[in-house]
Structure formats: structure tokens, C-alpha cells
Design a protein around this ligand. Structure first.
Ligand code: AMP
Ligand code: GLY
Length: 428
């Protein structure tokens, strides 16, 4: 079949890398792709949110199946438009993608489906929001309602910090319209996990879990980013915990979405806090995680394309997903300055040397090639250096071995990805 992957980040490189291996894949395109994706797919210069250009190209190249990576085209309704044109696609429609696009919708849904999550209130008035914060006390969490690239959340340790976050979102419009409504919620304590389930609207099956590091600096310090690294499996999610998460969080959500006339078809990504009383939902995403996908797909033994296609056709019932019994770990190399402002266009060398490190793959997240043929950085998160090993510690050491081959003076990475899991195995 002819397949188009929409997006151009590390997640999409991993999706393309995996789909290209499928015997079902006759030809693979990616829009817009990046310098790394070019090695496995034909890249088309179309931005992921140009819905009508994507539809046109699907007709032009007789695409059979579209896999949508990022949240923006999902919330813009790309999946609905493709289906209306008779083109099969992986990813939820606009109404179902609201599970990620609106935190308020997600919280109301969790309450309706009885999914354990933090207590919350929604506000469209800054004064009322502030009164609520003063009454609740700190720590407390303030979230812009709409999409804010993972930057619209403040975990406030003091009331003053929470009040400033409300001003930022509602008065200073730091996140544009996404912050004109806020959700204020109870602070939850525990270890975070990214749990993924494939859902076909009716049936959900567990995919796997990963853990990412959101903070920019070692020791999980500094501002939050889209993710500086990840590893999979998540030691904290064993088979019993996976069942519990399916029963308490995923299945009730899939049922509630179906009952609301918004059947969720695609990958449901639950960001969970593993608290003393069990897993509690932080948020849902309507897509694969980034960088979680890079390490998860290195572990996948089953054919990804047939899984995604079966999912899109409502045929997940009875499918088992197989995994290699090794661990995988991803280290993000980002442009100096990220998540603040950073330089674009700097040259990256040594990628060929990194490619010779056994059991490692360098996924590209934000790259392009210039006229001279050099790979250059075009984003904040630029490379997702991933490796596998018998243990997370072995995967970590291989990933850093590959990182150390890369010559990119304008980039940086955390040196401690996986520390929590590795300390746990040492303690055991
Ligand atoms: P979100 O965008 O909702 O995933 O939030 C970003 C990050 O903020 C999460 O990954 C958590 O680290 C933190 N966070 C969000 N909500 C809560 C909460 N209720 N309690 C504690 N931490 C939270
Ligand atoms: N790594 C978190 C996310 O993809 O949202």
C-alpha cells in the first residue's frame, strides 16, 4: 500500500523507520519530513497543518493510508476530511481529538467516565480564578485550556506563583486564545508515566508505556520542554499495572467517548501520575508521544503498519502486540537556548559515525539539508538519539556513545536520561 506520514519530527522519523520495514508498505511518503526521514521516505514540502494540500497530494499520488503524527492537524480535522474523501487514515477526528485540544473537555470527560484524576475547576474570569487559588492554597496547578506546546502548565509551589500564572495566561495572553480559559487543579505527587493504547472507536488494546524527562536540565531541573529524553518499558508499569490502567482509565474513556458520539480511533496517550493510591490521569493526548515513540518503536516486534491499519478499520479486537524483550532509551539533542530562543541553521556533523554505533539509531527531530548537502538544525529539539540494550543502563550507555560521535557545538543534551529507572534497578 502507498502510505503518507504527516509530520516532520522525531516521532514521525520513528514512525517512518518502522513503517518502511513493513512488507505491506509499497511506497512511503512523508509531509513535510526532515533530513533523516529522507533516508526512508520521499519527503513532500507540505506543512502538517495544510489540510487541503495534504488531501490534494493524497489524490495525486493515490495514497491508500495516511498516518497523522502531530496534534495540530488532528485538532484541525484532517482525519475527518480524509475519511470524507474515502482515504483511510490513522488518527482521531476533530471531535475526538478535543480530548487533547481542550483540557477542560478532558477534565469533564474524566469526571463523567469516573476516571481518577486531580480535582479541578474551569475559569474564564481571572478574578474568580484567583479567589479559588487563595481559597485552595498551594501547591496548586494552573493550566491554559487550549494547546500551548506543553508550555501552558504551571505547577505553583506558592499562591503568588499561581496568581502570576493566571495573570500570564488570562491577562497577558502569553498563550494567545489558548489561555482565555484556565483549568486550576489539585497538585498530585508521584512518578509520571506515559501510557499508550490503540483504540478503534470500540475496542482498546494496550500498546506499551514509557517515561520521559520533561525538564531541560540534569536532575530534572529547569523549565519544562516537550521532552528531553525517554525510555521504555517503564519499570513502574508491570502487566498487572497495565491491566489496572486499561480497566480504570483507558476503557472507561473509550466507552464515554463512544457514548458521546465522539468515538476515539487512533492512539490514546494517557499521561499518568503514579500516586500512593494508584494511577491518576494528568492529561490525555490524541497522538503518539515524542520522544516516547522513538524508544517504543525500537522495541516493537509486530508490524506497525498492519497494527495502525487494523486500528483505522475498527479491527483491533483479538490482536496481540509483540515486543522485543530489550529496553530502549532516547536522548534528545537540542539547540542551545531551547526551550527559550535558539539559533537555527547550524551544521551537524558526525551523524555517519553515530550510525555505526551498534544497536543505535539517530532519529532526526528538527533538521534539513542545505544546498551544500550539510545537515542543519531547524528546530529546538533536533535529534533523538536512541539505542537498545538488555537493560535500561545498557541502552543508556549505547545512546550516549552515539551522542558522543555527533559534532554539533551549538547543541546540548541531558547526560542523565533514565536515571530514575537505573537507580531503581541498582536498589533492587
Ligand atoms: P500537562 O501539559 O497537563 O501534561 O502538564 C505538564 C506537566 O505538569 C506534567 O507532565 C506534570 O509534570 C505537571 N502536572 C500537570 N498537572 C499536574 C498535577 N495536577 N499535579 C502535579 N503535576 C502536574
Ligand atoms: N513527551 C510528551 C509528549 O509527547 O507530549
Amino acid at each position: 500500500m502507498k502510505v503518507l506520514v504527516v509530520g516532520g519530527g522525531g516521532r514521525e522519523h520513528a514512525l517512518c523507520w518502522s513503517i518502511a520495514k513493513s512488507p505491506l508498505c509499497e511506497k512511503l511518503y512523508c509531509a513535510p519530513g526532515n533530513a533523516g526521514i529522507k533516508a526512508v521516505a520521499e519527503c513532500l514540502p507540505i506543512a502538517a497543518d495544510k489540510i487541503h494540500d495534504i488531501i490534494a497530494v493524497c489524490h495525486l499520488y493515490a495514497i491508500d493510508f495516511v498516518v497523522i503524527g502531530p496534534e495540530l492537524p488532528l485538532t484541525l480535522g484532517l482525519a475527518d476530511e480524509l475519511r470524507a474523501e474515502g482515504i483511510a487514515c490513522f488518527g482521531p477526528g476533530k471531535l475526538a481529538a478535543e480530548i487533547e485540544g481542550s483540557k477542560g473537555f478532558m477534565k469533564d470527560l474524566a469526571a463523567k467516565a469516573n476516571v481518577p484524576t486531580a480535582g479541578y475547576q474551569r475559569f474564564t474570569d481571572a478574578t474568580a480564578a484567583k479567589d479559588y487559588v487563595r481559597a485552595q492554597g498551594a501547591p496548586i496547578v494552573v493550566k491554559a485550556d487550549g494547546l500551548a506546546s506543553g508550555k501552558g502548565v504551571t505547577v505553583a509551589q506558592t499562591i503568588e506563583e499561581a496568581l502570576a500564572a493566571i495573570d500570564d495566561a488570562m491577562i497577558n495572553k502569553a498563550f494567545g486564545d489558548s489561555g482565555s480559559s484556565v483549568v486550576i487543579e489539585e497538585y498530585m505527587e508521584g512518578e509520571e508515566v506515559s501510557f499508550f493504547a490503540l483504540c478503534d472507536g470500540e475496542v482498546a488494546i494496550p500498546f506499551t508505556a514509557a517515561q520521559d524527562h520533561k525538564a531541560v536540565y540534569d536532575g530534572d531541573k529547569g523549565p519544562n520542554t516537550g521532552g528531553m529524553g525517554a525510555y521504555s518499558p517503564a519499570p513502574i508499569v508491570d502487566a498487572a499495572m497495565s491491566d489496572r490502567i486499561m480497566n480504570e482509565i483507558i476503557n472507561p474513556t473509550v466507552k464515554a467517548m463512544r457514548d458521546m458520539g465522539r468515538p476515539f480511533s487512533g492512539i490514546l496517550f494517557a499521561g499518568l501520575m503514579m500516586t500512593k493510591t494508584g494511577p491518576r490521569l494528568i492529561e490525555f493526548n490524541a497522538r503518539f508521544g515524542d520522544p516516547e515513540t522513538e524508544c517504543m518503536l525500537m522495541r516493537l516486534k509486530s508490524d506497525l503498519l498492519s497494527l495502525l491499519y487494523a486500528c483505522s478499520k475498527g479491527m483491533l479486537d483479538g490482536i496481540d502486540i509483540h515486543w522485543h524483550d530489550y529496553a530502549a532509551l532516547t536522548v534528545i539533542m537540542a539547540a542551545t537556548g531551547y526551550p527559550g530562543s535558539y539559533k537555527k541553521g547550524t551544521a551537524i556533523r558526525g551523524l555517519d559515525k553515530a550510525a555505526t554505533v551498534p544497536n543505535a539509531v539517530v532519529f532526526h527531530a528538527g533538521t534539513d539539508t542545505n544546498e551544500a548537502g550539510d545537515v542543519i538544525a531547524t528546530g529546538g529539539r533536533v535529534l533523538a538519539v536512541t539505542a537498545v540494550g538488555h537493560t535500561i543502563a545498557e541502552a543508556q550507555s549505547r545512546a550516549y556513545q552515539a551522542v558522543d560521535q555527533i559534532d554539533w557545538p551549538e547543541g546540548f543534551c541531558r547526560r542523565d536520561i533514565g536515571w530514575r529507572a537505573i537507580e531503581k534497578t541498582k536498589a533492587a
